[in-house]
Design a protein around this ligand. Structure first.
Ligand SMILES: Cc1cc2nc3c(=O)[nH]c(=O)nc-3n(C[C@H](O)[C@H](O)[C@H](O)COP(=O)(O)OP(=O)(O)OC[C@H]3O[C@@H](n4cnc5c(N)ncnc54)[C@H](O)[C@@H]3O)c2cc1C
Length: 412
C-alpha cells in the first residue's frame, strides 16, 4: 500500500524533510501556510537582498554534508583579504583589531570541556576572570541573540564559542545569493523528486492518515502538537539592515564584546546582493530583560554609527526588525539538546524544527531534526490510518493561493 507522507511547513526543516522522504521513493505532500516557501530563511528581492536574519551556514556538521551532497550549497562567496582586514572587536567603546589577550587564550583551549550543569559565566569567570567571561559571552551572542548568554549552560556556550572563535579554520560559509538561493534550490529539488507543494495552505489539524512531519515554527508546532516544550528558550534581538555607498573606513565584521552586538557586511563576500558601489550590512543587538525595543534599537544605531562613520549621508537602504524566539534553541544549565521535545511523537507523527531534540545550532537543528524525522517516517510500515488519530481531516487544511510549485540521518 502506498502511503502519503504529509509535511507541514515549507521552511528549511520542511523542505529538508520533504526531500529526504522523497529520495526514498515515498509519496510526499508539503503544505506551506504562506504564499511563498522559505519561512525564516526568506530574503527581500534584489537589488537589496536582506535576510530576516539567517544568512550563513557552518560547514562543520552533518547538516552541511547533507546539503553539500545534494549540491544545495554550491557557489560560495569569500571575503577579499582587504575586506577581511576590516574585522574588529568593540571593547570599552572602541574598536580594535584583535580580541583581548585573555579571551584569545580561551579561544585556543579547544580540548577543554565545560560542565552542562553550571552557567557559563560562573564557569568561565573561575578560569579566566569575570571580565573575560563577559567578553566571551558577548562575543557568542552572535549566534545566541541573547543579552545574557552567560546564564546559559557552560557546555552549550563553550561549544558555540569554540565553533565560532576556536583555533580551527573558520567553518562559516556564505552561498552567493544568500539563503533564498539555497531554499529555491531545495524547492526545485523537492519538485523534481515529485513532492507536491501546496502553498497558501495552512494546516490547523493533523491529517488522520499517513505519517506526518510537523516542520512549522515552534509556536505553530506547539499549538498543533499541544506541547509547550517546543517553546524552548531562544534569542531576542534588534536587527538593522543598512546599505551605504561604500567607504574604505567602514568596518566589515565586528564582534561587540561590550554589549553582545554584531555587525557584518553581506557584500564583502557577495557583491551581487546590493547595487554596484554599495555595501549591505546587517547588525544585531540583543534586547535586555525588561528593556524596550526602542532602547535596544537606539543602542544598535549607536553601534552602527561607530562602524559606518557618516552613514546618514550615505544610506541608500534601511530596514529594522525585532526577532523574538525565532533564532533556535538555547540550553540553560542542566539542559542539553537531548532534553528538548522529541522528534518521534508516536503514532506516525514527527516534529522537526530549531527547538527540538537534535544537535547543532540555529537552522542546523532544523535540518538535523528534519533528516531524522524523514528517516523515521519512511521507516514506518505503510498503514492507511493511525488508530489514535481521527479519520482524515483534509477539510481542516485551508487552501489559499493554491499550488504554485510543483535515507539519510545526522551522519549526512
Ligand atoms: C536574526 C536571526 C539570524 C539567524 N541566523 C542564522 C544563520 O545565520 N544560520 C542559521 O543556520 N540559522 C540562523 N537563524 C535561525 C534560522 O533562521 C532558523 O533556525 C530556520 O530558518 C528555521 O527553519 P524552520 O524550517 O525550522 O522554521 P521556519 O523557517 O519558521 O519555517 C516554518 C514554516 O512553516 C510554515 N507554517 C507555520 N505554521 C503552519 C501551518 N499551520 N500550516 C502550514 N505551514 C505552516 C511557516 O509559514 C514557515 O514557512 C537565524 C534566526 C534569526 C532570527
Amino acid at each position: 500500500m502506498t502511503t502519503t507522507i504529509t509535511v507541514i511547513g515549507g521552511g528549511l526543516a520542511g523542505l529538508t524533510a520533504a526531500i529526504a522522504c522523497a529520495e526514498t521513493g515515498a509519496d510526499v505532500v508539503l503544505h506551506e501556510a504562506h504564499r511563498t516557501l522559505g519561512g525564516r530563511g526568506r530574503a527581500t528581492p534584489s537589488p537589496y537582498v536582506a535576510h530576516e536574519g539567517a544568512h550563513v551556514f557552518y560547514a562543520d556538521g552533518p547538516h552541511y554534508r547533507w546539503l553539500a551532497r545534494r549540491g544545495l550549497v554550491r557557489g560560495l562567496g569569500w571575503p577579499s583579504p582587504l575586506a577581511a582586514a576590516r574585522l574588529g572587536f568593540r571593547v570599552d567603546g572602541r574598536v580594535r583589531r584583535t580580541p583581548p589577550l585573555r579571551m584569545l587564550a580561551a579561544q585556543t583551549r579547544s580540548r577543554l570541556a565545560a560542565p552542562v550543569d553550571q552557567d557559563f559565566h560562573g564557569w568561565a569567570s573561575g578560569r579566566w576572570g569575570e571580565t573575560t567571561a563577559r567578553h566571551m559571552a558577548n562575543a557568542i551572542s552572535v549566534v545566541t541573540y541573547d543579552a545574557d548568554t552567560g546564564r546559559l549552560s557552560a557546555a552549550f556556550v563553550w561549544d558555540l564559542f569554540q565553533r565560532v572563535l576556536g583555533p580551527r579554520p573558520p567553518a562559516v560559509r556564505w552561498v552567493r545569493g544568500g539563503w533564498q538561493t539555497v531554499l529555491d534550490r531545495m524547492a526545485a529539488r523537492a519538485a523534481e523528486l515529485g513532492v507536491r507543494i501546496e502553498t497558501g495552505s495552512r494546516v490547523d489539524v493533523l491529517p488522520g492518515a499517513g505519517p506526518v512531519i510537523v516542520a512549522t515554527d515552534p509556536a505553530s508546532a506547539s499549538r498543533l502538537l499541544a506541547d509547550d516544550r517546543l517553546l524552548w528558550t531562544s534569542g531576542h534581538c534588534a536587527l538593522l539592515d543598512v546599505a551605504v555607498r561604500a567607504d574604505r573606513r567602514d568596518r566589515t565584521l565586528v564582534f561587540d564584546l561590550d554589549e553582545g552586538g554584531f555587525h557584518e557586511s553581506y557584500t564583502m563576500q557577495d557583491a551581487s546582493i546590493a547595487p554596484p558601489g554599495e555595501s549591505l550590512y546587517q547588525l544585531q543587538m540583543p534586547i535586555r530583560a525588561d528593556e524596550s525595543r526602542s532602547s535596544a534599537h537606539a543602542r544598535l544605531d549607536a553601534f552602527a554609527d561607530l562602524l559606518l562613520p557618516g552613514r546618514a549621508d550615505r544610506t541608500t537602504f534601511r530596514r529594522t526588525a525585532t526577532a523574538k524566539d525565532r533564532s533556535g534553541a538555547l540550553d540553560l544549565p542542566g539542559q542539553t539538546w537531548r532534553d528538548r521535545s522529541p522528534i518521534d511523537r508516536g503514532d506516525g507523527v514527527y516534529v522537526a524544527g530549531d527547538t527540538v531534540a537534535a544537535p547543532g545550532m540555529r537552522g542546523e537543528i532544523s535540518i538535523n531534526s528534519a533528516i531524522e524525522a524523514a528517516h523515521l517516517a519512511t521507516a514506518q510500515p505503510a498503514t492507511a490510518a493511525h488508530p489514535s488519530r481521527p479519520p482524515s481531516r483534509r477539510a481542516a487544511t485551508r487552501r489559499g493561493a493554491g499550488s504554485d510549485q510543483r535515507r539519510s540521518r545526522w551522519t549526512g
